[in-house]
Design a protein around this ligand. Sequence first.
Ligand SMILES: *[C@@H]1O[C@H](CO)[C@@H](O)[C@H](O)[C@H]1NC(C)=O
Ligand SMILES: *[C@@H]1O[C@H](CO)[C@@H](O)[C@H](O)[C@H]1NC(C)=O
Ligand SMILES: *[C@@H]1O[C@H](CO)[C@@H](O)[C@H](O)[C@H]1NC(C)=O
Ligand SMILES: *[C@@H]1O[C@H](CO)[C@@H](O)[C@H](O)[C@H]1NC(C)=O
Ligand SMILES: *[C@@H]1O[C@H](CO)[C@@H](O)[C@H](O)[C@H]1NC(C)=O
Ligand SMILES: *[C@@H]1O[C@H](CO)[C@@H](O)[C@H](O)[C@H]1NC(C)=O
Length: 557
Amino acid sequence: MKIILLLVTSVTLATSLESQAPEWTFTLKGNSGIVALESIIVSPTLALFFDRASDDPLQINNHSAWGALWDLQTSQVTPLDVTTNGFCASGGLISNGSMVSVGGFQKGFPGNPTIEDGTMGLRIFEPCNDPAGVGCTIFEDPSKLHLAERRYYPSSIRIPDGSLMIAGGSHNSVAFYNTIEEAASTIEFFPPKFGGVPRPSEFLKRTLPANLFPRQFVLPSGKIFMIANNQSIIYDIDTGDERILPDIPNGVRVTNPFDGSAILLPLSPPNFTPEVLACGGTNISDIVPPSEISSQTPATDQCSRILLTEEGIKRGWVIERMLEPRMMPELVHVPNGQILIINGARTGVTGIATVRDPVGNSNADNPAFTPSLYTPNAPLGRRISNIGMPTTDIARMYHSSVTLTPQGNFLIAGNNPNNDTNLTGPINTRSEFRVETLDPPFMFVPRPRILNAPEKLDFGKQSTLAVSIPTDLDPRNVQVALMDLGFSSHAFHSSARLVFMDARLSRDHSSLTITAPPNPNVYPPGPAFVFLTVDGVTSEGQQVMVGTGASPPQNNF
Ligand SMILES: *[C@@H]1O[C@H](CO)[C@@H](O)[C@H](O)[C@H]1NC(C)=O
Ligand SMILES: *[C@@H]1O[C@H](CO)[C@@H](O)[C@H](O)[C@H]1NC(C)=O
Ligand SMILES: *[C@@H]1O[C@H](CO)[C@@H](O)[C@H](O)[C@H]1NC(C)=O
Ligand SMILES: *[C@@H]1O[C@H](CO)[C@@H](O)[C@H](O)[C@H]1NC(C)=O
Ligand SMILES: *[C@@H]1O[C@H](CO)[C@@H](O)[C@H](O)[C@H]1NC(C)=O
Ligand SMILES: *[C@@H]1O[C@H](CO)[C@@H](O)[C@H](O)[C@H]1NC(C)=O
């Protein structure tokens, strides 16, 4: 009898939880003018988009624009003049606040003679103080300022001295897999280190051919965790030493052309113990030629998580399952510590018209239209839910992007599995210019506010911020997140990071004392947004500079 009663109660509980679940919404925002296949937040009010050299409608200097600024407040787009082809580049913010876009594709084709080869591209966008981006431009000087090696599909992260570490890619166009002939199986830095000579990586050789856009994360030890194909290592920047870690189980591969995504879970004081989650991708063998792969083959629903302590490494990857299979999912930090799982396709692989049965030109099909949330601290098997999540009808598969905004919602744009602008292929495979936001429920209620934040946060130091907190929120439940919002390209957010800070609210709830991360391994010096979450309701983010704001390398630690 008792058991039955208990069951009834828990069913009732589950139902009432469901009906109370806050509703998230998708909102259409306007038109991006270019396909936003890469995006990064570059100021409190601006996102920067890059597209490949194509025939997109937004024009500048008598040609299509291949870069643009998106105004988060007005949903207006401003073209940027990009000199070199930033197609399939990576990028990130460095310690002085500049955005650096890294690598790219060859000279434009078919009809864009105006773009220059971008495979060694370095494109710099200095901090932009005009809220609408007036006067802010991309700086390029390809003859003097360039990578040491050509890189198409590299990845890049900000490391503890505030520079970028740039890994992998291929030297030239590859049709699907990376190849032994074209692979850039090396690591280099911007600004350059070690005499500017790229350092060979056995890992990048061993993980061929499905190792484009290797996933990289700075650990609180200062070393770098890397995933490519189904393998992982810990990389020592000083020595170049590569410690081999366990493979991702079940033959699941998570880097391009089999993109899953991967993310460093939020780091919390006092120990900042790192854990990495990798979701989606496929278990297709990496020796199957694309002509034998189908756009209808289910992707994997596997998520794999590893605790990066000696004990965790011994245990290896722990498996859990998403609610649906996803190729090219995006994993994005939510300021409250959850992870948004969004976008991608339920079947197929990445790429353009190389599988045996492309849909239009798309190697992927069956878009995943409903996002989920992953709660890292929930019990295994109960971490993923889409209760309260809306469903869109806009496909976001190959060449789409998503980023958390300083406003606290998610900006979603792009999709184009074609070599050029394409407005006529089957639905879901055309060039997509519609911009949406995914709005958490807190966007529609009174929110906490950070009234003043210090311009700079010094490692290990306390700061006091004036705040205002709606009286209906429980002030005992306070979280303060220091975040790099990442550079979104090809199902990976380079440098994305969430570090929780110790935080104490004053008795009258009007001021908040926070402690900055202890050192640059926990949060590499550079720009960040601080978000205050009280009782599950998140403020807008306040931009701060972590560290001195000096140009890299910062070696004063
Ligand atoms: C743009 O094209 C028009 C017409 O072809 C020409 O008159 C004009 O000078 C061009 N402008 C630039 C900036 O090249
Ligand atoms: C990882 O992939 C390689 C081939 O690329 C394969 O030999 C190995 O068995 C895979 N590892 C696991 C754990 O499936
Ligand atoms: C991939 O996983 C599916 C589902 O578990 C399984 O049926 C299939 O045999 C696996 N394929 C490979 C190549 O391991
Ligand atoms: C668009 O893609 C379709 C295939 O989906 C192709 O038939 C068509 O030629 C393409 N159009 C352009 C302008 O590239
Ligand atoms: C797309 O471009 C690549 C060259 O980068 C070419 O090999 C391929 O055939 C093109 N695909 C289509 C569908 O036009
Ligand atoms: C930041 O550093 C980079 C690399 O040295 C440099 O190119 C850029 O101009 C610097 N930006 C600022 C704002 O100092």
